[in-house]
Design a protein around this ligand. Structure first.
Ligand SMILES: C[S@@+](CC[C@H](N)C(=O)[O-])C[C@H]1O[C@@H](n2cnc3c(N)ncnc32)[C@H](O)[C@@H]1O
Length: 304
């Protein structure tokens, strides 16, 4: 038996001995904590909700419910995967973003809470311009989380999502359908320059491109470096390669008045706005939006 199979067996037997849903969650939380998972109790609850097909609220209300054996063994397997460093969202194949649930596959980044700032910023800009039916482009759309979230807030809006990964495009299409905006979206496989290929005139371009510098990738948490797609992370030697390409394309092919909203990595805001300016874009008045930790997370530039 392999080491991993041993682990599954151990965890399975301990969790499978649980008499109730509540006891299974408590036992799993203890095991995850021993494995030094920072969010052990929360992860146990979320994984249990998936394995037992119960809402987190129901699990609290019905903690004494007897758990079926199949569900218990699924829960044990989930916990074992979590102990090996797999993120909860990968195990469950979905992640909440902007209070919506997005399905994930191997080609999609797990959407991050920080990226909600792109949605918030985009909505503020469109409201400021009085645009209620804007046409939006999302470069590097992944699961489609930014574009789809914007469209759910703007019933008159339409948009195009572009990604180099075909499997990501397929997942984004599934999410758009599930979240009721498929009729207003188009998803295309292609590189950044797809933006300049006659897709129409965009009022807003959003992007969360790969921005991790090559040498920093090995320093990332196991959850990220071993489970998020490399194509979603790798930003070239200095982490800024995608911004240069996107800036040139946007500057060349976007209509006057179009606004570019880009997520940036830690410490990259100044460099990115300068890249945008070099390409001929103009930084917006309020060009650097801060995340909850007070770091520059989103950069805004315009084509004038
Ligand atoms: C950081 S992820 C962002 C995904 C999603 N927008 C989000 O915020 O969760 C970057 C995305 O860019 C895509 N990508 C990487 N290089 C690309 C390129 N040259 N052209 C288009 N998309 C690219 C990746 O496949 C990945 O889905």
């Amino acid at each position: 038996m392999t080491q991993q199979a041993d682990g599954v067996g151990d965890n399975l037997s301990r969790i499978a001995a649980a008499k109730s849903v509540g006891e299974a969650v408590k036992t799993a939380g203890d095991h995850l904590q021993k494995s030094r998972i920072d969010t052990a109790r929360l992860d146990a609850r979320v994984l249990a909700a998936g394995a037992f097909d119960m809402s987190p609220e129901d699990m609290l209300l019905h903690a004494d419910r007897l758990a079926p054996a199949d569900d218990l063994s699924r829960f044990a397997e989930y916990c074992d995967r979590r102990m090996q460093g797999e993120p909860v969202a990968r195990i469950l194949g979905e992640k909440e973003f902007w209070s919506l649930t997005f399905k994930l596959n191997e080609a999609t980044l797990v959407p991050r809470p920080d990226t909600e700032l792109c949605v918030e910023t985009g909505l503020q800009i469109l409201a400021g311009k009085g645009l209620t039916a804007p046409h939006i482009l999302d470069l590097g759309t992944g699961s489609g989380c930014i574009l789809i979230s914007l469209l759910t807030e703007l019933p008159g809006a339409s948009g195009v999502g572009v990604d180099i990964a075909l499997a990501a495009i397929e997942m984004a299409q599934v999410n758009a359908l599930k979240l009721g905006v498929a009729g207003r979206t188009k998803f295309l496989q292609g590189s950044w320059d797809a933006a300049g290929k006659g897709l129409g005139k965009f009022d807003l371009i959003v992007t969360n491109p790969p921005y991790i510098p090559a040498l920093d990738i090995r320093l990332l948490a196991v959850e990220v470096k071993d489970h998020d797609p490399q194509r979603a992370l790798a930003g070239g030697d200095d982490g800024l390669v995608a911004y240069r390409e996107i800036a040139n394309i946007v500057a060349r092919s976007m209509r006057t008045g179009a606004v570019l909203v880009a997520e940036v990595g830690n410490g990259q805001a100044q460099d990115v706005v300068e890249i945008f300016e070099c390409a001929g874009l103009v930084r917006a008045l309020d060009w650097c939006r801060l995340d909850l930790a007070g770091r520059g997370r989103v950069v805004v530039a315009e084509k004038c």
